[in-house]
Write a protein that binds this ligand. Structure first.
Ligand SMILES: *Cc1c(COP(=O)(O)O)cnc(C)c1O
Length: 394
């Protein structure tokens, strides 16, 4: 087999496009005909479709998942001196937006089974910030944490599995903190009968092409039941616009979604409910094919949770074992990925926070052992058998 080129897609967007190519072209043509490239009717149509899907009152389309998080934090007026608690085991954007606003990310380690923020450690971290005592929980360098005020929590629904919102919300209420759900990977997932997007004060998702509901470019969406927050985010999305376009009542951003992107997403959304079911089936097949392999830790979905399987991520025994598995799969032309090789607390961008790798040992350990297999709704059982055989042969 060819050693360089993958014969399998990690995410098969062409297979999806084939099913809806006509609808996509038709939707694009409509935009070309009406010419409302900015805030055209497709924006409202997409927002309405996702309101109905999630059961949340307001959906606010925006330019990316990162900007969705930024809009949410700006709506809460987050700034210098504020502590925002989040996980280090995520994509950089989750904490980047906190730092961009001059606030301080306080990293809280993850649960080793779900890879999501650990509510027990979250409690300790909040106490540590309140008492400015790093003996209770590792904190950012003294210069950063001098007089931090706990402001909010951003749990991430990693790999498509929601965080534990019942426990997180209880902690947030006790301390008067907001909760922003980073649902960039979890649109389509469920927790205790509610859809991702409906699990916190504000939720933010991403339409980056590789996400469960992906477009053909950048895009995102904020969700909230709160009318005031929704109005704020709609205003901030368009340069802090007030009652009309040239009346600016606050400092905002250019955070709109393009009409063309919404048109594409509307076509893709028509397949989405079916695709989430196909993803469950693909994940179930992996778990069955790998169940006998005792040197692996397979994904765990607690009762009451439904993952949308943005990734199917496995823990190898150790770093060398992971390298051996990845090499064996690569030899067969099967792509794998590592999410995430470097947790945020050890990223150079956050060196100023002064964290040490062993401050957050679970994240550090997972970063060495984790890897993800090809995952998408059109994954074939035969390909999955090939993947499993290659892994089980190590
Ligand atoms: C992809 C992602 C984002 C950012 O979304 P973009 O649309 O790429 O800006 C934020 N958080 C997480 C967890 C993500 O996976």
């Amino acid at each position: 087999m060819n050693k360089e080129r993958s014969f399998m897609n990690f995410i098969d967007l062409p297979a999806q496009q084939q099913r809806i190519r006509m609808q996509i072209e038709e939707n694009i043509r409509k935009v070309l005909d009406h010419g409302q490239y900015i805030m055209g009717p497709e924006i409202g149509a997409l927002e309405q479709a996702l309101v109905e899907y999630t059961g949340v009152r307001h959906a606010i389309a925006c330019s990316s998942g990162t900007d969705a998080l930024l809009l949410a934090l700006m709506a809460y007026g987050v700034g210098p001196g504020d502590a925002v608690f989040t996980t280090p085991f995520t994509f950089i954007a989750t904490a980047e937006v906190v730092a961009l606003l001059g606030a301080t990310p306080v990293f809280v380690d993850i649960d080793p089974r779900t890879f999501n923020i650990d509510p027990e450690k979250l409690k300790q971290a909040i106490q540590a910030v309140k008492q400015n005592d790093p003996r209770l929980h590792p904190l950012p360098a003294a210069s950063q944490s001098a007089a931090l005020t706990p402001k909010g929590i951003i749990p991430v629904d990693l790999f498509g599995l929601p965080a534990d919102y019942d426990r997180i919300s209880a902690i947030a209420r006790e301390h008067g903190l907001f909760v922003i759900e980073d649902a960039a990977q979890s649109f389509g997932a469920e927790y205790q009968g509610k859809k991702a997007g409906a699990l916190a004060d504000i939720a933010c998702t991403s339409f980056f092409p590789a996400k469960p509901l992906g477009g053909y470019g950048d895009g995102g969406m904020c969700f909230t039941d709160d009318d005031t927050l929704a109005d704020l985010m709609r205003s901030i999305r368009i340069h802090g616009q007030g009652s009309d376009r040239y009346n600016n009542v606050r400092v905002g951003i250019n955070g709109r979604l393009d009409s063309l992107q919404a048109a594409i997403l509307l076509a893709k959304f028509s397949l989405f409910p079916e695709e989430t079911i196909l993803r469950q089936q693909a994940a179930g097949r992996y778990s069955a094919l790998l169940a006998q392999n005792e040197s692996l830790v397979l994904p765990y979905v607690p009762d009451g949770y439904l993952s949308v399987w943005a990734q199917y991520s496995i823990l190898a025994r150790d770093n060398a074992h992971r390298a051996a598995i990845q090499a064996a799969l690569q030899k067969e032309g099967i792509p794998t990925m590592v999410y995430y090789p470097k947790p945020l607390h050890v990223q150079d961008a956050f060196a100023f926070l002064g964290y040490r790798p062993d401050d957050l040992p679970v994240s550090d350990d997972c970063a060495r052992r984790i890897f993800s297999l090809p995952m998408h709704p059109y994954l074939k059982e035969d390909d999955q058998k090939l993947i499993a055989d290659a892994i089980n042969g190590i």
